[in-house]
Ligand binder design. Structure first.
Ligand code: HEC
Length: 101
């Protein structure tokens, strides 16, 4: 639980950095935060779903569903509420680029 709180605190620190940054810098900053659970560049090796093969429109739809509560997760409902539309756009674009062959 303590680790989770520390992680959430570090997630909340990202937007401050991101507000001044370009879309790609913002995407990279968020992807770093996601990497704690989803693996580097979303390449999860564990139980948490990988993001590197998720089409950007599916990532966007999932984040929207977590935010509204339409989709119930364990942690993603909290995390999705911490990202603005622009943040989701940026991180989806980041993972889409990471997917490119
Ligand atoms: C604290 C660990 C953690 C962090 C950090 C985290 N996630 Fe997740 N994510 C999960 C878990 C666990 C799930 C499975 C759903 C649930 O239980 O909430 C998930 C599911 C998802 C899904 C659905 C995947 C699918 O195939 O349906 C998406 C999309 C997603 N996360 C995006 C992100 C993004 C983007 C970030 C960074 C902004 C992020 N996550 C950060 C733990 C995390």
């Amino acid at each position: 639980m303590k680790r989770f709180v520390v992680l959430l605190a570090s997630l909340l620190a990202v937007p401050a950095l991101a507000s001044a940054a370009s879309l790609s810098e913002r995407g990279a900053a968020w992807a770093q935060a996601c990497a704690a659970c989803h693996g580097p560049d979303g390449q999860s090796q564990g139980a948490i779903p990988a993001l590197d093969r998720l089409p950007p429109e599916d990532l966007r739809a999932a984040m929207q569903a977590f935010r509204t509560g339409e989709r119930q997760g364990t942690v993603m409902n909290y995390i999705a509420r911490g990202l603005s539309e622009a943040d989701v756009e940026a991180v989806a674009a980041y993972f889409a680029r990471a997917q490119a062959p």
